[in-house]
Every structure is written in structure tokens, then in C-alpha cells.
Write a protein that binds this ligand. Structure first.
Ligand SMILES: [Zn+2]
Length: 305
């Protein structure tokens, strides 16, 4: 436990997405006191770093004690350098050193999906669990793991598990094929929508049509859910989680249209008794999971001194 004086501190969490940056002033209970959103530049690393600095500067005030970032990149486990992002023009970026020098606070960093998993575990749908798997279904698919009561700080790139050997090429800078990220993300739903309804259609329309009873749309989402479930069944067999939390923009929007077929498919793959007991639950923190997770990472940095 920390001293009472520290409990009053606020931190700035920065959730760095492929399309937008969401920064917020957050307290230890995960309450967001102020937030600022801007578009993620895609032109260069310098432009991304400059946008991140702007996001922080907009929110600086005297009670701020630390900064935390959730970035869509894998991190060097020892140095915490952001090595390689699939959907963002950054590579070998030491954001911690940069922000520490610029702002003078303790700075923490975590993969964005790991940060979301941390938030759902501490303050959301995964409270009280010792082992959980979190999947964030957005443009891509992020993964996070809590194992034996601790956030796993390694790559946990669960979106890049193979669900179809030699399947379609993966997205962004990933050179793999048939990965979950390309088969069961918002982009997969966008593709399915274009196949059905033409070049202007997207996943949102696919979901709307499915809810209105369109059998073709339902079948496409069911297909996506089946592939998601195949991956979830595998994760259950590897990590023995008490529950699987599914969030992200696409995950939230599609809800049971994808989660019900996913549960059926996962049960077919999971080893007993998990084939009966496995649970897939929607994330509880909504679009703020990444932001709150980044803030929790900032508090970790603050408490570590
Ligand atoms: Zn991939």
C-alpha cells in the first residue's frame, strides 16, 4: 500500500491506437477526470511522438505525478523500448526516456492490449480472477494475459496465432498468414461487408444487417466467431484461464453475434473440464479500458519510484 499523500495523485494515461490517441487524467480508482482525443498521425514516427506530447501537454496540471502509455507495439522486456508496431510507423522507440526527459515524471509503458487486460483485471470484468485471457477485437486483435495473479509483461501477441494454416496474408507489417488478426477482427468484418454489399460497406453495416435478420450477414459474423472460438479454445488449453474477456470496438459492437458461435467453437477445442466450464465475457470498461490500463501502468511507475 502507498502512503495517503500518494493516493491523491493523478496520472496521465495515454492509449495509443492506430487511428486515434486517447489521453486522460485518471485516479487510482480508474475514474477519468479529463480527457483529450486526437487523430494518430500515420506519416512518421516524429509525427506520432509529437502528437503524443501534445496529448500530454493538453492535460498537464499540478496534481499529475506520472505518465503511462499503452502502445500497439511489442516491447523489449528489459529496456521497455517499443520495438515494432504492426499498425503504426514506430520502431525502436524509447518513449519512456523521451517522456521522462521532456516532462520530468516517472513514466511507464505497456503494450496497449496488455494495458487493457490489466484494466479489466483490476477494475473491470476480470476482477478477482487469478488467470485470464483478454482479447481486444478492433482493427486488429490484441491480446493480454494475467497468469498466476500477475500481468504477463511479454509479447502476448494472441492476435497473431494461426487459425488457418497458409490462410490470407496478415495485416500491416505482419508477414504471417491466416492469423486471428486478419480472420476475426473489425477488418475481417469490413471485408465480409464489402463482399456482400459493395465497396462502401463496412463491419458496422454488417452488424446492423445481422441484427435486422439478414441471414448472409449473420453467417459471416458466425464464421468470424467460429475462428475466434478456435483460437480461444487453444488459449484455454494453453493458459487454463478462469475467463476470457473480449473487448475492443468490433468486439463490443458485434457482441453475442460473434461471442455465441465463439463459445460453441471454443468448447469443441477445449480439454475437459474446460470444455464445460470455460466462460467468455464482454469487457466492462468499454472504449476506456486502454486508457485506464495506461493510467494503471503510470501508477506502477509512480509506486516503483
Ligand atoms: Zn499477424
Amino acid at each position: 500500500m502507498v502512503a495517503g499523500a500518494l493516493d491523491a495523485s493523478l496520472v496521465i494515461g495515454v492509449d495509443v491506437g492506430g487511428t486515434k490517441i486517447l489521453a486522460g487524467v485518471v485516479d487510482r480508482e480508474g475514474v477519468v477526470h479529463a480527457s483529450h482525443e486526437l487523430e494518430t498521425p500515420t506519416s512518421s514516427e516524429e509525427a506520432v511522438v509529437s502528437a503524443l506530447d501534445t496529448a500530454v501537454e493538453e492535460l498537464l496540471e499540478e496534481r499529475i505525478a506520472a505518465i503511462g502509455y499503452g502502445v500497439p507495439s511489442n516491447l523489449d522486456r528489459r529496456t521497455r523500448v517499443a520495438l515494432h508496431a504492426t499498425n503504426l510507423p514506430i520502431a525502436e522507440l524509447d518513449l519512456v526516456a523521451h517522456a521522462r526527459e521532456r516532462f520530468g515524471f516517472p513514466v511507464g509503458i505497456e503494450n496497449d492490449a496488455n494495458a487493457a487486460a490489466l484494466a479489466e483485471w483490476k477494475l473491470g470484468a476480470g476482477r478477482g480472477a487469478s488467470n485470464l485471457v483478454m482479447l481486444t477485437l478492433g482493427t486488429g486483435v490484441g491480446g493480454g494475459l494475467v497468469l498466476d495473479g500477475r500481468l504477463y509483461r511479454g509479447w502476448a501477441e494472441l492476435g497473431h496465432v494461426v487459425v488457418q494454416a497458409d490462410g490470407p496474408p496478415c495485416q500491416g507489417n505482419c508477414h504471417g498468414r491466416g492469423h486471428l488478426e486478419v480472420m476475426a477482427s473489425g477488418s475481417a468484418a469490413d471485408r465480409a461487408a464489402r463482399d456482400l454489399y459493395g465497396p462502401d460497406a463496412d463491419g458496422q453495416l454488417l452488424i446492423e444487417r445481422a441484427r435486422a435478420g439478414d441471414q448472409h450477414a449473420r453467417a459471416k459474423l458466425e464464421e468470424i466467431g467460429e475462428l475466434l472460438g478456435a483460437a480461444i479454445g487453444s488459449f484455454v488449453n494453453e493458459f487454463d484461464p478462469e475467463l476470457i474477456v473480449v473487448g475492443g470496438g468490433f468486439g463490443r459492437a458485434a457482441g453475442e453475434l460473434v461471442l455465441e458461435p465463439a463459445l460453441r467453437a471454443a468448447r469443441r477445442q477445449a480439454i475437459a473440464p474446460a470444455d464445460e466450464t470455460l466462460r467468455i465475457v464482454p469487457a466492462a470498461l468499454g472504449s476506456r479500458a486502454g486508457l485506464i490500463g495506461a493510467a494503471l501502468v503510470a501508477f506502477d511507475a509512480l509506486d516503483a519510484g
